[in-house]
Design a protein around this ligand. Structure first.
Ligand code: GDP
Length: 297
């Protein structure tokens, strides 16, 4: 997930821990290298800068440089600071889905992994939380996308709203809402249409749908490989629609991982899950401790 970053940081810290005694300059030099590694991982500049500043403040005091294992102390400070920058509030991956039927709105750009993630999350809610889930595709411009969700639904044993040709997204949403109530569903997930880029039409459509259901969760699904672009996308969607969290997909790829580190700090929104492959089980809770551990190898 963070191979390159992890490797880079590993070599900086290896040197530091092997060195024994450390001067403040040694620590500063190492942190400069950490900063470069973060920027190369496509962490946004202000986030990288604040991160290094926070670490430097804690790591250059006498308590660290005069300690018996200064290198390890620096690594521990970096580790704790990583957790700090990754942390959202509350339980990792928690969703507000009490009071059935709870609507979850899935938003994002086309190709980001929205439909796949909708199904993965539905499967998780069904299997882990014992929820009865209904999925509905609102992608009226791409019949193939509607079909795709229906096929995934069959595969994972989750109901999808029957497709009615010619309906607009708001009408489908109203039908999903009624069906969710009448059918005794705990959760209904709305897979909104994506576009190749953010445009007014897309946003207006999602706003209209949002206003029909008042979603309990609005999750932005975004390709983690796109680094800072993923963060900009989140800012845009949050401004216009209001999002409650983010799912970063394709984190199984040779991602530089920067989006994971910048997202919370820049947008104020937590990453709730990460996508780690195309399979229906390849969805993981975003756990700051675990992620920090992975980054530091
Ligand atoms: P949508 O247009 O946003 O609905 O995107 P899709 O859900 O159709 O996903 C686009 C492609 O990305 C599909 O081939 C998915 O299998 C793939 N995909 C989605 N999530 C992941 C992921 O976490 N990792 C990998 N490797 N591929 C993914």
């Amino acid at each position: 997930m963070f191979e390159n970053l992890s490797e880079r940081l590993g070599s900086v810290f290896d040197r530091l821990t092997k060195q024994g005694a450390l001067t403040e300059d040694d620590v500063k030099t190492a942190l400069r290298e950490v900063r470069v590694a973060l920027l190369e991982a496509d962490v946004s500049l202000p986030v990288a800068r604040n991160f290094i500043k926070a670490v430097e403040k804690k790591a250059t005091g006498q308590a660290v440089t005069k300690s018996v294992t200064p290198g390890q102390q620096v690594v521990k400070i970096v580790h704790d600071e990583l957790i700090e920058v990754l942390r959202g509030e509350g339980e990792p991956g928690a969703l507000r889905i009490d009071n059935p039927p709870a609507p979850i709105l899935m938003v994002g750009l086309q190709g980001g992994g929205k439909t796949t993630t909708t199904a993965k999350l539905a499967k998780r809610l069904k299997e882990r939380d014992g929820k009865k889930v209904l999925m509905a595709s609102l992608d009226v411009n791409r019949p193939a996308a509607m079909e795709q969700l229906a096929i995934l639904g069959q595969q994972i044993g989750v109901d999808t709203l029957p497709i009615v040709k010619g309906e607009d997204p708001v009408t489908i949403t109203k039908r999903a809402k009624t069906q969710a109530s009448l059918g005794g569903y705990d959760v209904y997930m709305l897979d909104t249409a994506g576009r190749l880029s953010i445009d007014d039409e897309l946003m207006a459509q999602v706003e209209a749908v949002r206003d029909v259901v008042n979603p309990r969760e609005t999750l932005l699904v975004v390709d983690g490989l796109t680094g800072q672009d993923a963060v900009h996308t989140a800012e845009n969607f949050d401004e216009r629609i209001g999002i409650s969290g983010v799912v970063l997909t394709r984190m199984d790829g040779d991602g530089r991982g920067g989006a994971a580190l910048s997202m919370r700090a820049i947008t104020g929104k937590p990453i709730k899950f990460v996508g780690l492959g195309e399979k229906m089980d390849a969805l993981e809770t975003f756990e700051p401790e675990r992620i920090a551990g992975r980054i530091l190898g």
